[in-house]
Design a protein around this ligand. Sequence first.
Ligand SMILES: *Cc1c(COP(=O)(O)O)cnc(C)c1O
Length: 319
Amino acid sequence: MVKANAYGHHLDLITPLIENADILAVSELSEARQLRQLTHRPILLLSGIYTMQELQEAIDLNCQIVVHHPSQIHLINNSTQALSIWIKIDTGMHRLGLSSKKYQQHLPHLKSNTLISIECVMSHFACADDKSHPMNQQQLAKFETLTSDENNRSMANSAAILSLPASLFEFVRPGIMLYGASPFTDNNTGLKPVMRLSAPVLCLKTIQAGEIVGYGANWIAKKKTTLAIIGIGYGDGYPRHAKNGTPVLINNALCALVGRVSMDMIVVDIGDIEVLIGERAILWGDEKLRVETIAEHSNTISYELLTGVSSRVKFVRSK
Ligand SMILES: *Cc1c(COP(=O)(O)O)cnc(C)c1O
């Protein structure tokens, strides 16, 4: 799964590292266009196509197309070119996918169309990140019943790959785990972070007890405190809702965010650790400071943080 610019990791940096994947999946045509510049590997278009022009472009880009709605079946039936498709079934999430009835109704026609090659039948879990949620077994059972005659099936996202062995089938669809983040709230998956976000210490200052930090004056020093001002903010994708106390790694020590996150800066209480101006603070992407922790402190999920790093941030491939 390399949609959303490889979960914010930049498609051009990630694509060369996963060239041995059977197929690379993107959400929309604009992403497929960009990905085709980078690889000759098969591409799967997850949201499918909505017009004859889009279908033509998807064919020209040599994409396999997810078909999830009867209107798309209508479009591909009118095509005179060979086409590889994945059929998506809605097994209960009620986002994309054919209902079981529509699936059973259309499947024989799609199979008898010699221009159409059905590569795989897929569905998506609503609650796989909650290992004990009853939806998981319900969706799986529905999918198994509906697709028992098919040779190529796909259901598992990262959470299911890690926790629902019965959902693996022939194709798995790892997303967040490829980038070393856990889909669960507990982080003990052994996955290693791929992205490290860092920013420089711009300056240091000491304030006295009773003095405030940042917009809204929402943090007040209880005692004399040494602060580091770090050059990163919500304009870079650091979450504005990160709470007081959110950890920041400086000089290998976990320090606490204090005051509100600004557009270009955050302020960190460095306690009595040694910090130099220009030194880089790590915001996430270290064994000691995972993006999941920052997500927890800012009421969001790692997916949103990783995909939200802005274009102002310079991306480089290490090593
Ligand atoms: C994004 C996506 C995935 C990957 O999900 P993760 O939770 O990131 O592993 C799998 N399947 C589909 C259809 C998706 O859109």
